[in-house]
Design a protein around this ligand. Structure first.
Ligand code: F6P
Length: 368
């Protein structure tokens, strides 16, 4: 914990992929700082790019009025601008990456920021932690991601909205599956964690749920579909996480890109599963990739409340001088955890967890 000093100005940034609830946090941070602590708030544009390239804007109560239910982020975001691995301005064909963290220090000093609140997932928080440890920048983190794969919190904001969208989509696809006697494969996001697939699969009544934590076989999925057929059920719903993989095989990527932070764009496992399962069972199959629909639009009430609580408590952590920490939901309370601990390893579904057992108890197969 840093020495307590009077906080006059703070910066706030949103990093990584956008996510429902970001604006609700920005509103809460700004309103609570101005109304209750007389702290000035500066919005940092486009994630760490704003700190590297000095793109800041003072936020007023008016700026954050009406943004609570809006998707996206009024500040803009970026999942490319890592100050410790920043693309050098060079004409060479092969990209070179350099450390520009000194530029971040300069921006913080020039704008007299007493703290920076970093709203983001594991990538954003890993950078925040380095800025804190290596550059002495006073940071407080707020956990955001639809993937729900960050430690230090029971749940990240954005997850509930993504889950609700995915569940509603499964419900819509259910009717076509039933009318046409088809196998419908629904691919959800989540990167290398199966939280969205598991929760939406249970909520939407998926007959098969495929998650990265439990590599599957096509034969086992076929067994489940045939078992349903033997009970007169001529359709099946398969919910698959984008990071799920066939036992012994690699994840399916839509594209490989030259981004050192995230070289794989996941996507397409539903096509593989749909085609293979049609070949195996002879039942017509279709697939739907939900994609960024899960990240857009208005946050659910749960996410708006969680985001507002995170905003309030992050400002309180700043005022207490609790730098290098991240706020999080633990049970019913908001608590802080060192960012270092929160990012130590991704939070993934435990194969022997109660939710997996619950899904199995109603006959759901995981293709294992
Ligand atoms: O981390 C959130 C997330 O939506 C993942 O679920 C997904 O794999 C990834 O971001 C997609 O990122 P992008 O918008 O950069 O394609």
């Amino acid at each position: 914990m840093g020495p307590k000093k009077k906080i006059r100005r703070i910066g706030v940034l949103t990093g990584g992929g956008d996510c429902p609830g970001l604006n609700a946090v920005i509103r809460a941070v700004t309103a609570h700082s101005i109304l209750n602590h007389k702290i000035e708030v500066f919005g940092i544009r486009d994630g760490y790019s704003g700190l590297i390239n000095k793109k800041l804007k003072k936020l007023s109560l008016e700026d954050v009025s009406g943004i609570l239910p809006r998707g996206g982020t009024i500040l803009g975001t970026s999942n490319r601008d890592n100050p410790f691995k920043y693309p050098a301005d060079t004409s060479e064909i092969e990209k070179k990456y350099i450390d520009v963290s000194k530029r971040v220090i300069k921006t913080v000093e020039y704008n007299e920021l007493d703290a920076v609140i970093t709203i983001g997932g594991d990538g954003t928080q890993a950078i925040a932690n380095r800025l804190y440890e290596e550059c002495s920048i006073p940071v407080v983190g707020i956990p955001k991601t639809i993937d729900n794969d960050l430690g230090g919190t029971d749940v990240t904001f954005g997850f509930d909205t993504a889950l609700t969208i995915a569940t509603n989509s499964i419900d819509k696809i259910h009717s076509t599956a039933e009318s046409h006697h088809r196998i419908m494969v629904i691919e959800v996001m989540g990167r290398y964690a199966g939280w969205i697939a598991l929760h939406a699969g249970i909520a939407g009544g998926g007959d098969v749920i495929l998650i990265p934590e439990l590599p599957f076989t096509i034969e086992k999925i076929g067994e489940k579909i045939n078992e349903r057929l033997s009970r007169g059920k001529r359709f099946s719903l398969i919910v698959v996480a984008e990071g799920a993989k066939i036992k012994g095989e690699d994840v399916v990527a839509a594209r490989r890109v030259s981004d050192p932070n995230d070289p794989l764009r996941l996507g397409g496992i539903s096509t593989v599963v749909g085609n293979k399962i049609e070949d195996l069972t002879g039942i017509e199959s279709r697939y739907t990739i939900l994609g960024h629909v899960q990240r857009g639009g208005s946050p659910t009430a749960f996410d708006r409340i969680l985001a507002t609580r995170f905003g309030f408590h992050s400002v309180e952590a700043v005022v207490r001088g609790e730098f290098g920490y991240m706020v999080g939901l633990k049970g019913k309370d908001i608590k802080t955890t060192p960012i270092k601990e929160a990012i130590a390893e991704p939070r993934r579904v435990k194969p022997d967890s109660d939710l997996i057992k619950t899904a199995r108890s109603v006959g759901t197969s995981f293709g294992t």
